[in-house]
Design a protein around this ligand. Sequence first.
Ligand SMILES: *[C@@H]1O[C@H](CO)[C@@H](O)[C@H](O)[C@H]1NC(C)=O
Ligand SMILES: *[C@@H]1O[C@H](CO)[C@@H](O)[C@H](O)[C@H]1NC(C)=O
Ligand SMILES: *[C@@H]1O[C@H](CO)[C@@H](O)[C@H](O)[C@H]1NC(C)=O
Ligand SMILES: *[C@@H]1O[C@H](CO)[C@@H](O)[C@H](O)[C@H]1NC(C)=O
Ligand SMILES: *[C@@H]1O[C@H](CO)[C@@H](O)[C@H](O)[C@H]1NC(C)=O
Ligand SMILES: *[C@H]1O[C@@H](CO)[C@H](O)[C@@H](O)[C@@H]1NC(C)=O
Length: 577
Amino acid sequence: MEASSWFLRVLVVVILRGTVFLNNGGVVEASHEVYMEYQSVSAVELNHLHRTGFHFQPKRHWINDPNGPMYYNGIYHFFYQYNPKGAVWGNIVWAHSVSTDLINWKPLPPAIYPSKPFDQYGTWSGSATILPGNKPIILYTGIIDKNNTQVQNYAIPANYSDPYLQKWIKPNNNPLVFPVGVNKTAFRDPTTAWFGKDGHWRILVGGRRKHRGMAHLYRSRDFMKWTKAQHPLHSSAMTGMWECPDFYPVSLDSENGLEVSVIEGNIKHVLKVSLDETRYEYYTIGKYFSKIDKYVPDNTSVDSWAGLRYDYGNFYASKTFFDCGKNRRILWGWANESDNSIEDVKKGWAGIQTIPRKAWLDKSEKQLVQWPVEELETLRRRKVHLSNQKLNLGDHVEIKEITAAQADVEVTFSFPSLDKAEAFDPSWVNMDAQELCKHKGSTVQGGVGPFGLLTLASQHLEEYTPVFFRVFKAKDNHVVLMCSDATSSSLKKKLYKPSFAGFVNVDLAENELSLRSLIDNSVVESFGAGGKTCITSRVYPTLAVFKDAHLYVFNNGTETVTVENLDAWSMNYPLMN
Ligand SMILES: *[C@@H]1O[C@H](CO)[C@@H](O)[C@H](O)[C@H]1NC(C)=O
Ligand SMILES: *[C@@H]1O[C@H](CO)[C@@H](O)[C@H](O)[C@H]1NC(C)=O
Ligand SMILES: *[C@@H]1O[C@H](CO)[C@@H](O)[C@H](O)[C@H]1NC(C)=O
Ligand SMILES: *[C@@H]1O[C@H](CO)[C@@H](O)[C@H](O)[C@H]1NC(C)=O
Ligand SMILES: *[C@@H]1O[C@H](CO)[C@@H](O)[C@H](O)[C@H]1NC(C)=O
Ligand SMILES: *[C@H]1O[C@@H](CO)[C@H](O)[C@@H](O)[C@@H]1NC(C)=O
């Protein structure tokens, strides 16, 4: 991904001796900034203030998309877009780390970097496929000229017996796919391949035709000679460039994951795309008609920028893989910074990966459910427990004796009834959740809610990132809003502080709502109602740091809320690159 975004179009911001000149160079379609001057400014000293403790990060510099995650001979491989020379986007290579538990990571030399005519201007995102005979192969996007022309290449391990697959070869019959009959600067991010009954492999490549986003489909018998299908697997009007498509089956019978070539049986399919224009992703649940190679979203899935999202916060360019070791599908996503590039250069690093999540189909069959991989729990240390704690209007109760800046919190709230729920104004129907949360923040008193956690809070609440629910009564049902609101997260002024939010499609018959938050210095990653709605916020407190960070449960609704159960743990540091 990241093609035209970072290169040709857009704002070119040139920084010279501390002076910022804005030079609007051409068609502005999105606002990604290319900091030419900083692309190769190596970090000298690292600022540890907001570095995360247990999220995936390299030692220094810029990272973006997760690439080619896979499980091979007992080892998890994780690749990612990385600038080895600086803390802003540029000089991108495929950095490589390995793990046996998805939590502790050992760094290896970059696996793929520009070196051949078919990738000399860039080695961008892609995916791994394990071919028959247990042979991994990577497909990735190469940039072949200054005009940003995109082709699809492959790489294979130099030595299949090397347990870490450290060295990768890019054979000379690359590229495998030229951009013929497609927009050549909007043609990237090949998926993992699946195998059809007709003996052909299939991959998707993200693209666009004018303003229609699409997943181009290619077929091959031998994985080397690829033919473009006449029609894309799927497309959607007015969505712009589709980056990082991901397409996989989900089981209707179990939470177990499925290998991507399972195309029949009691299953549905998921198609996820990353929208370059909004910098958000959405997915649909639907049916894959394998004989005609068409994907049709269910009529319960919204197929546009307003569709379901894995995560309603800083989360992009995600990718899943099937972990055959534990029979689960695992989701990785990139969480970018919310400060600016000048701050990133100063701190010497930018970007993290969210905690890998297990993903499966919800019982409603209308959405996915996500949960942090169980291995994360090995980092839990000191634990505090709270139960049966009543919270009246305006109460906030501190959860003490854990490291509140680096914690894992699971809590269940209950309320006696929904009678006091605020009315859902019919005019809000067209408002998105984030807009609603902006108006109905944690300090706007309600009926049932707002209640939840105040994370990364300073002692006197000069700073706090509230993660909370609010229940509304609509004409025929209740509407549950979940917010992760960065508005008051930092005393620093020039930061991106969005009121991220999503609706939670949950049955309130039990009068209960649960929440889990992974709090890690500059990130709060939250899972509402057992993982039905997830939100990641990047925040940079100035007071609520290290030992001075606090954690509270709170209620600001007129209905009394009870903390039925709360478990919170201090989180340890894993081995991190
Ligand atoms: C790049 O595009 C320009 C303008 O369309 C064209 O003149 C030039 O030949 C192209 N260069 C390459 C390497 O394709
Ligand atoms: C391949 O890796 C194995 C295991 O590390 C090693 O024993 C062998 O020497 C390697 N082969 C070559 C050609 O490097
Ligand atoms: C091709 O893609 C580029 C990059 O996204 C875009 O600027 C251009 O408008 C596209 N061309 C057409 C004809 O859609
Ligand atoms: C949606 O599809 C289901 C079957 O897949 C059908 O029973 C239902 O009537 C459809 N609903 C609408 C509104 O089209
Ligand atoms: C609850 O709302 C009041 C009134 O808006 C506000 O002053 C207070 O800070 C809120 N409490 C919390 C814990 O957010
Ligand atoms: C992350 O950073 C914020 C603030 O600069 C931007 O608004 C987002 O568009 C950006 N997200 C991605 C995926 O690049």
